[in-house]
Design a binder for this molecule. Structure first.
Ligand code: PGA
Length: 231
């Protein structure tokens, strides 16, 4: 199997103490690329373990009166070189729009970050046959005026599959990834209840270049298995 990009999204989970315990038990035997998107307070801790790290959020401005926000320059100090943009939890819970995603993507790419841009449809949109239109809009608006794509990754995460235990079917992933590749030709991750049991099948689908993993990435044994643990 060709090398995959496997990104953990820890969301708002774990303390530094818990992260250190995780890495005592995390034992991947793999040639896959592993990235950890962890809370800001843990970025340095995880970097010290020797893994690529990324921030789950940031503000696009360089600096200034933006109480509570974190800039890309501040994130760079931790050694992180990637950022997540457009996760469905940020879009729904924190009202982030495609336009806000676009500002973030442009700022991060300009500063040399690798950007993982998340897109995905809701269940109502899929059932209403609107999946392709929704993804096209998220890509067109999110990537407006973005001309250089070599540090860009897209994560296709059907909203209805995130944290629900429901995974998109092989056919749904195959068709949707093929469609997204016609719009933008960059590495494409699948996300939404991916775990150590279903990852082999998901990774064998054409145009799946890796996975963005929430729940299953919190468990060191499961995540080791997912990224290629072969004990
Ligand atoms: P999940 O989360 O693997 O728990 O469904 C994926 C994500 O939100 O990126």
């Amino acid at each position: 199997m060709t090398k995959k990009i496997i990104a953990a999204n820890w969301k708002m989970n774990k303390t530094n103490k818990e992260a250190k315990k995780f890495f005592k038990e995390f034992n991947p035997k793999t040639k896959n690329d592993i990235m950890f998107f962890v809370p800001f307070t843990m970025l340095s801790t995880v970097k010290k373990e020797g893994y690529m790290t990324g921030a789950q959020n940031f503000y696009h401005a360089k600096n200034g009166a933006f109480t509570g926000e974190i800039s890309l320059e501040m994130i760079a100090e931790t050694g992180a070189c990637s950022v997540l943009v457009g996760h469905s939890e940020r879009r729904t819970l924190f009202r982030e729009t495609d336009e806000m995603c676009n500002l973030k993507i442009k700022a991060a790419l300009e500063r040399g970050y690798c950007v993982v841009y998340c897109i995905g449809e809701t269940l109502a949109e899929r059932e209403g046959n609107k999946t392709e239109a929704v993804l096209k809009k998220q890509i067109q608006k999110g990537l407006k005026d973005v001309t250089v794509h070599n540090h860009l990754i897209i994560a296709y995460e059907p909203v209805w599959a995130i944290g629900t235990g429901l995974t998109a079917t092989v056919e749904q992933i195959r068709d949707t990834h093929a469609y997204i590749k016609t719009l933008v030709d960059v590495p494409l991750l699948y996300g939404g209840s991916a775990n150590e049991k279903n990852c082999k099948e998901i990774f064998s689908i054409p145009n799946v270049d890796g996975a963005l993993v929430g729940g299953a990435s919190l468990d060191p044994v499961k995540f080791s298995q997912m990224v290629g643990y072969d004990k």
